[in-house]
Design a protein around this ligand. Structure first.
Ligand SMILES: *Cc1c(COP(=O)(O)O)cnc(C)c1O
Length: 387
C-alpha cells in the first residue's frame, strides 16, 4: 500500500499487523475446533472466550451477551428476523429509517412482503431522524425499532441514547447498527440503552467475514442459524476461530487507541473539508457538520459524475468512493443521498473519503492538490455544468 493513499475506511480497513499476528497460530498449529476436549481444541475455545471478553469490554456488555457472527450483515439480519419472529404474538410492526444499511432495509422489505408492516422514517437534509416522528410511529403492534448509530455514507451520528430511552419506556426492542462506530467513537450499550447491536471486525482493522451481535440479557430474540449448539445454542456453526481471535485483538487495540485516533482523524477530516470548501465552488457537504463521524468526508460536486472522479483519483493513487461500495456498479443513485433530498445529479456527483489511522497530513495535502484539478477538468467537459 506504500504509495497508495487509501481513503475508503468506511468500506473496509486494512488488517492491523498485531491482529494478524494474533490470528496466525489459529490458522496453523492451533487448528483445533473450539468445541472439542483435547488440548489444541481447548486452546481454541479459550481464545474464543478471551475474544468475547474483549468485545464485551469495548461496548460495556457482559461476555455472555456477545455472540459471534459472520459480520455486520448477519447481525443486522438476525436482529430483524429474530425479534420479529420472537414477538409474533404481539405484532409485526417495525420502525426504521430511510438511510439504514441494506443489511437492515432488505430484511425489513422482506418482512413487509410476508405480511408485516414497517414505518420507514424520513431524515432531514443532514440525515438526522426526527425523534417526535419516531415516537408518533409507535403503535401497540410495534416490536422493533432499528436505527443505526452512524451512517456509513455521510457519517451522520443519530441520537441513539434518546431513542433508547423511548423504546425502553415503551418496552420495545431497540436494535442499532454500530458497524461504523464501534472502535471509533465510544459505544456503551448501557448509555445507548439498546437491546441489541451489530458490529463487524473489518471496519476496525480486523479481518473480513467475522463480527458480533450484542443481545441484552433477557431480550427476546429467536436464534438465527440452527444446527450444532455453538454460541449458547443461538448461532450454530463451527467457530471461525482465527477470525474471532482477530476481532478480539482489534477490539483490545481499539479500546487503547480510540481516543487518540479519533482526535487525529478529526483533524485530518476538518483539514480535508476546509481545504475542499476553500478550493472548489458549487459543492455540498453531505451529512451533519457537527454530529459526524471523525473520519467521514462526503461532498457532492455540481455537474460531474462520482464515477469519473473515482477513476481519475485512482490514476493519481488515491482510493475514494462514491455512494456506498455495495451499490457502486449499479446505476441507481445512493438511497442515503436521495433521502437527504438531493437531486439525482447531485447524488451521482458525490465523493466519499473516509479516513483511518494510516493516513497522514501529507496525504491530505496531496489530495487537496489533486482533487480541484480533476473537478475542473471534468466540469469543462460536462454538458451539465455551466459557469
Ligand atoms: C459495512 C457495514 C455493514 C455490513 O457489515 P459486513 O461485516 O461487511 O457484513 C453493515 N452496516 C454498516 C453501517 C456498514 O458500514
Amino acid at each position: 500500500m506504500s504509495d497508495i493513499i487509501y481513503l475508503d475506511h468506511a468500506a473496509t480497513t486494512p488488517i492491523d499487523k498485531e491482529v494478524l499476528d494474533a490470528m496466525m497460530p489459529f490458522l496453523t498449529d492451533q487448528f483445533g475446533s473450539a468445541s472439542t476436549l483435547y488440548s489444541i481444541g481447548r486452546k481454541a475455545s479459550e481464545a474464543v472466550e478471551e475474544a468475547r471478553e474483549r468485545v464485551a469490554a469495548l461496548i460495556g456488555a457482559h461476555s455472555d451477551e456477545v455472540f459471534f457472527t459472520s459480520g455486520g450483515t448477519e447481525s443486522d439480519s438476525w436482529a430483524v428476523n429474530g425479534v420479529v419472529s420472537a414477538k409474533a404474538k404481539k405484532g409485526s410492526h417495525v420502525i426504521t429509517s430511510k438511510i439504514e444499511h441494506h443489511a437492515i432495509l432488505e430484511p425489513v422489505h422482506l418482512l413487509e412482503k410476508q405480511g408485516g408492516t414497517a414505518t420507514i422514517l424520513e431524515v432531514d437534509s443532514d440525515g438526522l431522524v426526527n425523534i417526535d416522528e419516531l415516537k408518533d410511529a409507535i403503535t401497540d403492534q410495534t416490536v422493533l425499532v432499528t436505527i443505526m448509530h452512524a451512517n456509513n455514507e455521510i457519517g451522520t451520528i443519530q441520537p441513539v441514547g434518546q431513542i433508547g430511552r423511548i423504546t425502553r419506556e415503551r418496552r420495545i426492542h431497540f436494535h442499532t447498527d454500530t458497524v461504523q462506530t464501534v472502535g471509533h467513537i465510544p459505544v456503551d450499550v448501557n448509555v445507548i440503552g439498546c437491546d441489541s447491536l451489530a458490529l463487524s471486525a473489518h471496519k476496525l482493522y480486523g479481518p473480513k467475514g467475522v463480527g458480533a451481535m450484542y443481545i441484552r440479557k433477557g431480550a427476546r430474540i429467536d436464534r438465527f442459524m440452527r444446527g450444532g449448539g455453538q454460541e449458547n445454542n443461538r448461532r450454530a456453526g463451527t467457530h471461525n476461530v482465527a477470525g474471532i481471535v482477530g476481532l478480539g485483538k482489534a477490539a483490545e487495540l481499539a479500546q487503547v487507541r480510540m481516543a487518540e485516533e479519533s482526535v487525529a482523524t478529526t483533524k485530518l477530516r476538518d483539514m480535508l473539508i476546509a481545504g475542499i470548501e476553500s478550493r472548489i465552488k458549487d459543492i455540498r457537504l453531505n451529512g451533519d457538520r457537527v454530529n459526524r463521524l471523525p473520519n467521514n468526508v462526503n461532498f457532492s460536486f455540481d455537474g460531474i459524475e462520482g464515477e469519473s472522479m473515482i477513476l481519475l483519483m485512482d490514476m493519481n493513487g488515491i482510493c475514494v468512493s462514491s455512494g456506498s461500495a455495495c451499490t457502486s456498479g449499479s446505476l441507481d443513485p445512493s438511497h442515503v443521498l436521495m433521502a437527504l433530498g438531493l437531486k439525482h445529479e447531485q447524488a451521482h456527483g458525490s465523493l466519499r473519503m473516509t479516513l483511518g489511522n494510516d493516513n497522514t497530513p501529507e496525504q491530505i495535502e496531496k489530495v487537496l492538490d489533486t482533487l480541484p484539478g480533476i473537478v475542473e477538468r471534468l466540469r469543462e467537459m460536462s454538458p451539465l455544468y455551466n459557469q
